[in-house]
Ligand binder design. Sequence first.
Ligand code: 5GP
Ligand code: ZN
Length: 113
Amino acid sequence: MENCIFCRIVRGEIPSRKVYEDDEVFAFHDINPLRPVHILVIPKRHISSLAEVGADDAPTLGHLLVVARRLAAENGSPDGFRLVINTGRIGQQEVQHLHAHIIGGSAPVGPML
Ligand code: 5GP
Ligand code: ZN
């Protein structure tokens, strides 16, 4: 996707603080962290939203979850964290490229983002 901000981050056209990258997923620090640990994990392939996924996306999404667990542990949330995928208008999804927020760290995590 030419103008998708997260596709542009994956391509290196927009700078980000990269945490991890492999063939399928890319992880980087959120530009506006809500907690000490706030990392976004995204599929490299453009998927606009969790509302758009199908069976073909299952391997990528499963891999994303396994990566998220490891990154949370390695980046300061060994005792637990929240994984949030905002979806669609009601879900207040602002960036239309599927992303999972890893939210945690030392401060308590409130009931809502
Ligand atoms: P959403 O509401 O769509 O689930 O959250 C989008 C997230 O992307 C927000 O937490 C926002 O701070 C983050 N974000 C938006 N633009 C950028 C950017 O250019 N770089 C980084 N690192 N994060 C971004
Ligand atoms: Zn995209």
